[in-house]
Ligand binder design. Structure first.
Ligand SMILES: O=P(O)(O)OC[C@H]1O[C@H](O[C@H]2O[C@H](CO)[C@@H](O)[C@H](O)[C@H]2O)[C@H](O)[C@@H](O)[C@@H]1O
Length: 377
């Protein structure tokens, strides 16, 4: 280390000022803060960053605080598969969160009584809801038990899988022909290939694709991103047909910023695409007004329940993109969103479940309850 890199805090004022301006313009990302400093060298970076973050925490510029918060929350909010939550101590934040978003298992009777005389329609996200979060997206299999639980639920209630994955891929994981599938964050919808005769009110042969004109653009960006991210170990680009995912779960934390910047740089040439983030993934999709919430509304309409008061949609999901569906249910004042999360998160859902295991229990209990009603006549 050379002495010229060791700069006293007082000497860094202009640097901090410059960086703070960059940070305030950056909504998501750390590189806007770290890159101007990187040019200055090792020790200087550490001192300046420490000083900068301290100054931002005490009110000097939202972008930097947001960026640092982003790294912190991303690190803690999406761990890869946790085997059991039984022994985890509950923090004060979690206890107050669970009061606001009670467990759908603990409040099961309440949900059941709201469903009396109504047709439940079940919407299920895939990753983190039906399958545990794992490092390799191609290995995110659901258990046999979970498949059975979904199959049983679908025997009583119209059921749709609503996923960020491309439709074919999510079908290959779930493998149940009696379900509706909405892939690519709801932009690619198809009805069951083995429909149940019971749901004869609506249109089961539904096929809907909201963003076909974006296919060539998505393919082009996919190829570019494969090239541009190939030097970042652990980065993975997934083609989800009408959208793309850039995974950073297996990327060293110190490289998250560089990866994000790379993706942003590629996207700057495509104003018709937008960038959102999920669980250690950057998601790229067309800027059209279509999301999982619109897919939910579309499916309800296809099933003949557009304006019905005799329907109770239940949407279970774990990710940011599921919030669009939770909001739709809130706005309709109909049905419930159930967020799958072990950590306290802002959400428009009504209830919570901690992990896929609890989702399976919830689905099973719905089936048991429905059987009981049928037996009682
Ligand atoms: O809407 P979803 O079905 O929840 O899809 C959202 C993304 O899920 C997948 O990524 C997530 O799960 C992976 C496997 O557990 C995990 O490795 C990754 O970190 C998670 O973000 C999927 O691979 C993405 O394409 C979806 O956009």
């Amino acid at each position: 280390m050379t002495t010229q890199n060791v700069v006293a805090f007082e000497d860094c004022t202009s640097c901090i000022g410059k960086v703070r301006v960059a940070a305030s313009k950056s909504d998501l990302f750390l590189p806007a803060i770290t890159e101007p400093l990187a040019a200055l060298g090792g020790r200087h970076i550490a001192l300046c960053q420490k000083q900068l973050l301290k100054s931002l925490e005490t009110g000097g510029g939202g972008g930097g605080a947001r960026a640092s918060a982003w790294v912190d929350s991303t690190r803690s909010s999406s761990p890869t598969q946790i085997k059991s939550t039984a022994s985890l101590p509950e923090t004060e934040e979690q206890s107050s969160w669970i009061l606001r978003y009670p467990s759908a298992l603990e409040t099961f009777e309440q949900i059941i009584s709201a469903s009396k005389g109504k047709q439940i329609v079940m919407f299920l996200d895939y990753d983190g809801t039906l399958s545990p979060i794992v490092d390799d997206p191609d290995q995110a299999f659901m258990s046999k038990d979970m498949r059975e639980a979904v199959r049983d639920v679908a025997a009583y209630f119209p059921t749709a899988i609503v996923s960020g994955r491309c439709r074919d891929k999510v079908y290959n994981f779930v493998k149940l022909a009696e379900l509706y599938y909405a892939g690519s964050h709801g932009m690619d919808i198809k009805g069951p290939s083995k429909p149940r005769r019971k749901w004869n009110k609506g249109n089961q042969a539904v096929i809907f694709q909201a963003a076909t004109e974006f296919l060539p653009m998505i393919d082009e960006v996919y190829t570019t991103l494969l090239n541009k991210t190939s030097s970042i170990p652990g980065a993975k680009v997934e083609n989800n047909k009408f959208c793309l995912s850039v995974h950073f779960r297996c990327v060293e934390e110190k490289r998250w910023a560089a990866l994000t910047e790379q993706v942003k740089m590629v996207l700057s040439a495509y104003p018709k695409l937008k960038l959102t983030r999920g669980r250690k993934v950057l998601e790229i999709r067309p800027t059209i007004m279509w999301d999982k919430g619109k897919a939910l509304e579309f499916l309800l309409e296809s099933l003949g329940y557009a304006n019905s008061s005799n329907v109770l949609p239940i949407y279970i999901g774990d990710d940011q993109t599921d919030e669009d569906a939770f909001k739709v249910l809130r706005d309709r004042g109909q049905g419930f969103g159930i967020l799958v999360s072990r950590v306290a998160k802002e959400t428009s859902a009504t209830y919570s479940l901690q992990e896929p295991f609890e989702v399976k229990e919830f689905l099973r209990r719905l089936v048991v309850e429905r059987n009981r009603w049928l037996l009682q006549g």
